[in-house]
Design a protein around this ligand. Structure first.
Ligand code: IPE
Ligand code: IPE
Ligand code: MG
Length: 239
């Protein structure tokens, strides 16, 4: 199997890592940012074209106000500090999710950073912010309906590619690999449409501990998997 084009990651376990080390949850999130830096750099070195990171879910808004504030603050700092690294590595920043729910100042900052990196071409780093796949599909359904009305189309004209074109991930290939850290084996409302045929990897380490060696192990195992997409193997790999 060739190199994956798109890796998506559910970065989980910051809180448990902090507790295990006798630290406040916030320290776990801070340490998690160091892992983001490490993995972005490594994926860029490996010439991965798309890296998508689940940073804040639509359900995470239900966390205590103090934690939500701390996470928004961390995102703000990340956007200030990491842009030079993205520029240096020719990485374009992208976001998916319902940005309307972000604090206004932060939303403007995100949009500003998207603009600053829009001409970079080696890799696309997508942050899923205030993202939930069901919410994304509902927003897509609304916008498909609007298109149907304005173009005078009928329900039977809707096909998979039309719906995909209204998702936040328009113009992105589906993930080849989905990784979740922290030992949980669930997808927690992440990219439900797009992971239809992704290879899933569950790592027991917490996100702050996730290293380039863990990533290398995933990539190694990916090479040994046989993706059939519903077909039989010898159609894909003729003998
Ligand atoms: C992942 O770590 C970060 C976010 C969801 C924002 P958690 O905060 O979920 O850490 P655990 O799962 O409580 O250990
Ligand atoms: C998923 O982690 C969301 C992110 C990593 C941003 P959660 O910690 O929110 O997921 P659950 O609640 O354990 O399913
Ligand atoms: Mg969690």
């Amino acid at each position: 199997m060739g190199r994956p084009e798109h890796i998506a990651i559910i970065m989980d376990g910051n809180g448990r890592w902090a507790r295990q080390n006798g630290l406040p949850r916030f320290a776990g999130h801070q340490e998690g940012v160091m892992t983001v830096r490490r993995i972005v750099q490594e994926c860029s070195r490996l010439q991965i074209k798309y890296l998508t990171l689940y940073a804040f879910s639509s359900e995470n808004w239900h966390r205590p106000e103090q934690e939500v504030k701390a996470l928004m603050g961390l995102l703000d700092t990340y956007l200030t500090n990491e842009i030079p690294l993205l520029q240096k590595n020719n990485i374009r920043l992208n976001v998916i999710g319902d940005l309307k729910r972000l604090p206004e100042q932060l939303r403007h900052k995100v949009l500003d950073k998207l603009k600053q990196t829009e001409n970079n071409t080696d890799m696309v780093l997508t942050l899923a912010l205030s993202y939930g796949a069901r919410d994304e599909i509902v927003r897509a359904a609304r916008s498909v309906c609007a298109e149907i009305v304005t173009r005078g189309l009928e329900p039977k004209d809707i096909d998979e590619s039309m719906l995909a074109n209204h998702l936040d991930t328009v113009n992105m290939p589906d993930p080849d690999i989905l990784i979740r850290t922290s030992g949980e084996q669930r997808v927690s409302n992440f990219l439900l449409w797009q992971i239809a045929y992704s290879e899933l990897f569950f790592c027991s380490c917490f996100w702050p501990e996730f290293s380039i060696e863990h990533l290398a192990a995933v990539l190694q195992e990916y090479q040994n998997r046989c993706r059939r997409f519903g077909r039989v193997s010898n159609e894909i790999f003729p003998q």
